[in-house]
Design a protein around this ligand. Structure first.
Ligand code: GDP
Ligand code: CA
Length: 338
């Protein structure tokens, strides 16, 4: 079976563990040579260059988690991490002290940056890094081009202006997604969230083929706005989802009226989407109607009607890879491929 999965970082990685288990593979580490092929198409719009290092948080969350070397409590970065370099950088008051970089993790960024600077594409670099880590599936960046999510907010550093009438916005500033998310914990109301550069980007090698040749396409319960949104914004990817012979099934990251973790609610509010499974389902929309879905999984206590989309209830907490594999089985079942 060939499965293509659109994925962000931590939520995407957890979901991919379940996809591996569904196909009978070990959740962590390399896959045996068999007839199955899993391709993860991963968001790169969170990527940021700090201290001259190119950092790809979602690709790395997937790579480390799937190979079994991630910190499972923290949810990101390496297990047994140390923070000496970050501490020293803070001593210099260097840029972005709000972004922690573990010592082990820095080695990945050093190798990646050196290869990128030597002219390799991000997809080549990812492949090279995965040769060490053996995630047990193919990890592809959504694009090799630079795409960065920017969030427009009222400038938190702007001096107060006594002459400004109450209720009128102050000067605006576009923050890198990471600054908004980590430094400001998504607490600054977002006036807009956009994947800058997406319009001019092209899908990375292998992305369109993986979708076209899949037996099943899954949209992980990743952040719909800043993880899945940028992937769908790369020209050609949403069209490939609409054109593939494979069914496309999404999984809700929203249970009840809240994300399971993180600030997806703030992202959905910023783009005018209700914070509910139905809101997300309608945001993705039916493949038959210009959207991307044939079916959508929601939590058992939730209700959703999404015109043109088969909605099914299923426990959606990814507590361990076995439970998550049951979610994947439900995705297969809802489109009658089980
Ligand atoms: P990030 O890039 O690291 O932020 O991770 P993703 O975008 O891939 O995933 C973040 C989303 O995963 C959040 O919106 C969460 O609501 C969702 N999520 C995390 N854990 C679970 C879970 O156990 N079940 C479901 N359904 N969603 C989850
Ligand atoms: Ca992310």
């Amino acid at each position: 079976m060939r499965i293509a999965v659109l994925a962000g970082g931590v939520g995407g990685a957890k979901f991919l563990l379940g996809v591996k288990r569904y196909l009978g593979r070990p959740a962590f580490g390399p896959a045996p040579a068999d007839e199955h092929l899993i391709t993860a198409i991963v968001n790169t719009a969170d990527d940021i260059r700090l201290h001259n290092l190119q950092i790809c948080p979602d690709l790395d969350s997937c790579m480390y988690t799937l190979s079994g070397v991630s910190d499972r409590q923290r949810g990101w970065g390496r297990a047994d991490e140390t923070w000496t370099v970050s501490g020293e950088l803070a001593g210099y008051d260097a840029e972005a002290p709000w972004f922690s970089l573990g010592d082990r993790d820095i080695a990945t960024h050093l190798v990646r940056t050196r290869m990128l600077d030597a002219g390799y594409r991000l997809s080549d670099v990812t492949d090279a890094l995965c040769r060490r880590w053996q995630p047990g599936l193919t990890l592809l960046p959504m694009t090799d081009d630079r795409v960065e999510t920017h969030v427009v907010v009222e400038d938190p550093a702007a001096a107060p202006d006594a002459d400004r009438p109450a209720g009128t916005p102050g000067p605006l500033v576009a923050l890198h997604f990471q600054e908004w998310w980590i430094r400001y914990q998504a607490k600054l109301p977002a006036l807009s969230i956009s994947p800058i550069g997406a319009e001019e980007s092209t899908p990375a090698p292998g992305v369109l083929d993986a979708i076209a040749e899949a037996d099943l396409v899954l949209i992980a319960p990743s952040n719909p706005v800043v993880s899945v949104g940028p992937i769908l914004a790369v020209p050609g990817i949403a069209d490939a989802l609409r054109a593939t012979a494979a069914p496309v099934v999404g999984v809700s990251p929203i249970i009840g009226a809240a994300p399971v973790r993180g600030h997806a609610d703030k992202c959905l509010e910023a783009v005018g989407v209700p914070v509910s499974a139905q809101g997300v389902g309608r945001h993705y929309g039916a493949r038959s109607d210009g959207g991307v879905l044939d079916a959508f999984l929601i939590a058992p206590d939730d209700r959703a009607t999404v015109p043109g989309v088969t909605v099914a209830g299923q426990p959606l907490l990814m507590t361990d890879p076995e439970h998550t594999a049951e979610m994947v089985a439900a995705c297969v079942q809802v489109v009658g491929r089980g």
